[in-house]
Design a protein around this ligand. Sequence first.
Ligand code: GAL
Ligand code: MG
Length: 982
Amino acid sequence: MTDAPRGPRPTDPLIALRPWEAPEVTSWGRLPMNAVDRRSGALPLDGDWRFQLLPTPDAPVGGSWSTAHVPGVWTMQGTDDLPQYLNVRMPFPDFPPNSPAANPTGVYERAVDVPAEWAGRRIVLQVGAAESVLLVHVDGRPAGISKDSHLAAEFDLTGLVSAGAPSVVRLTVVKWSDASHIEDQDQWWHGGITRSVLLYATDPLHLADVTVRTSRDGSLRVDCRVRDAGGALPEGWYVSGELDGLALTQDAEFDRFNREDERVSDFLGEARLRTVVESVRTWNAETPELYDLTVRLHRADGTVADTSRQRIGFRDVEISGRELLVNGERIFVRGVNRHDFHPLTGRTVSYDDMRADLVTLKRFGFNAIRTSHYPGDPALYDLADELGFYVVDEADIESHDHAHEIADDPRYLNAFVDRVARMVLRDKNHPSVIVWSLGNESDYGANHDAAAGWLRRHDPTRPVQYEGAAKLDWAAAGDATDIACPMYAPLEECVAHALSGRQTKPLIWCEYSHAMGNSNGTLADHWAAIESTPGLQGGFIWEFWDHGILQRVNDGRPVGRGGAGLYDNGVAAPGHRWAYGGDFGEADHDGAFIADGVVFPDRTPKPAMYEHREIAAPVRIECFRHEGIVLGNHQHFRGLDWLAGQWELSLADGRTLTAPAELPDLRPGQTAAVPLPFQLPEDGGEAWLTLRVTTAGDEPWAPRGTVVCVPQVRLRRAAPRPALAVPNRSVEVDDEGLLVHPLLTAAPALSLWRAPTDNDELGGMAPRWRDWGLDALVRKVAEVRRSEGRVTVHAEYACAAGVVRHVQVLTAVEGGIHVAESAELPEELNDVARVGSVFETVAGLDLMEWFGQGPWESYPDRAFGAPVGHHAVPVDELFTPYLRPQESGGRHGVRHFTLSAPDATGLSVVLDEPRQVGVSRYRAADLTAVAHHDELVPRAGCVVHIDAAHRGLGTASCGPDTTASCLVTPGVHRWSWTLRAL
Ligand code: GAL
Ligand code: MG
């Protein structure tokens, strides 16, 4: 390694320009963006670079060097500049376009040995992504400037480096700038280089860009732009192309037209290739068929000067009326918003991680991604093409805190157009990209229209969306969106809009069903409406990840890249936790609002994912008629041949019968009746038929046998229960009228409280519940009446909002105690979390087995994906470790359950009807008292909740609450259950 050159000094032209406070300067010396993939054959420059962090961009370089890994943000690599989480608010008070004087600036430097065989070639440096301003120097000489933190910047270094000799490349990354104001996305703030850096060489005569246009009829057009680094193009060059080995045809007419019209000067080289593929295999998210396209640029002697390879797909996207069509089909958009996130790197996501993200999504029924709120790594789009996702590709523009000022500010005009254009120029050839997005939460102004104008001219083949330009307001819809893509608009409003007769654009929520904590209530209601209402086509759940950064508890530092293995199943290893806003000592932060994904920070799926998987089921049980079961294919392009099935019959008496299932040969949209696979036994009580659907063979995203969905139908209702015999035995209660039972350490009492979910807190319910005092009800026994084999206890639970009368009738029955309860809630308690009983058991009961919905967590408004059956889960695993502890682990529709020790002793509870049951190691108060999962201390016994009514989860942390039918209302609630020893 050669000695570091001195500087850049304040006299350095790049520093002197102060580009971090000049929004008009989007780049200097940066090459135009293009779609030619240069990754293969390049010299990777990833790895350790020497590094120093300056307090300001113009501070002298010269202190001591440490090391930083590239790609990687310095905020996760041991510096004192730590991550900060803010949603809307900017992390500094300066107005756009200004940035604060204290402005951490990272200087990355390394020697690069330019290969000797690159002599005479054009040498280009590519920096995958750097936030937020990148300055490039080579051997102390300025090479370029770039902004736009989530797209690559390329610089022609040909005149600055020498083949066969080392050069020192310095990348200076300024954290805060005018550009920060348009990168105000809801995520952690970091600083650094977040994507790979590489160096590549081309012939001076090179492919400057390749633009592919395809259609589902098999037609292909490839437009090639050729440049020569020497200036004018040499005579006689030409391009050739191959698609899966078959030669493409030169478009002679295009050439003639260019010549005759003198459209093309000596400096501009353009060529067009064409073909029509017979019996083309079209691309869609279900069957993502790809073809290999190779384009070669030839010198006059026929030798190859440059090659571009890409995988392309044949498909059409169009909007017809208020329908978004892919290959003529009104697809459903089962989407999720995806940020670049990783708990160890903060922002850098490897190829394997991206693949794992998409594989997880595929396995849970998602078919679409919005790249919220900036373009992803190039590999993400390759993977989306390959695995099958519809992508809404979003430009890196969010000016949330200063949205109104910036949308019409001409100083930012260039940046808006630049960011949209560069995204389109890079990603235009991906079949997965079906919609362009102008960005997020930046109000709506002339700068958007300018970007949309450029885009529509450049790529007329795809629709454009921008939430800020339309909302639901069809009359005022601007020119900048072809899709009404509201965020969190209530379902009823969207349905009303679709039924109004005035809808002019497809409605696809850009964000809905906010997944913060224990959430995603009413997801099934949304999809029932989407699938039955023309004009509604789906949406993107907010969001994929919980952005919890793995943090050491003792020193509060991010663990960083070395932390693999320090987490499992959604939980950080002892001594560690998932940090959210405020955990790095930030003075200003937005707390746990950053933990709002459908997967934990280690990509473990939350229970909501199973709900989604079932909602997206490709094959469904339509109904049960006397002649059999009607199955339907709910896909848009695929048959059922990739699926295998098994029937299961679950009987309330404990039996589960299985039989192989033969799936009928159904085209999309078709249904067929299949015979009932079982003779329903006369006895056995309530009966449920489940079709367990798995992959029949290996899919690129799932090995053979992966569960795809578990549709089910009830074949028989529960029989009325016989009256329980009352044996001649007494029931023991203490002086307070509380049940005394050898298996219980706390007797059944009334509960109206749950550890508030994030939705409860941010939706304003929990503060109300606290004001009412529901978290600290004061019980007073009013009367204890004893008769033979029966005790009736009248109690009053007092809170600030009134008194709840509670009656418990405890009756000795065969083998146990029957508990019949009622609670009368005064009118003031018009919306509470639950009405039910809570009790605690002795230690050692480690296994819960139940007949009801499961096996995963379910709640009244998130129970569609939890089939009724016989389930068994260790008590410790019932709990879902949401980052901020809250109500969790509930099971919906439980008919009866047991809690048992390894020696099969324990207790059983039979419920009067399917109820919400929660079994946990924690009291609601334990969960409420702490801020992070690692602070919880599990109890030895079980805390058991049996609810007469339990409030739905809704999504009120950002968006609509649960539906009226899932609220717990005042009046009399009755429930009963029978407790027995096993
Ligand atoms: C939206 C925004 C997202 C995120 C979400 C709440 O308003 O577009 O970036 O902030 O709300 O989690
Ligand atoms: Mg925002």
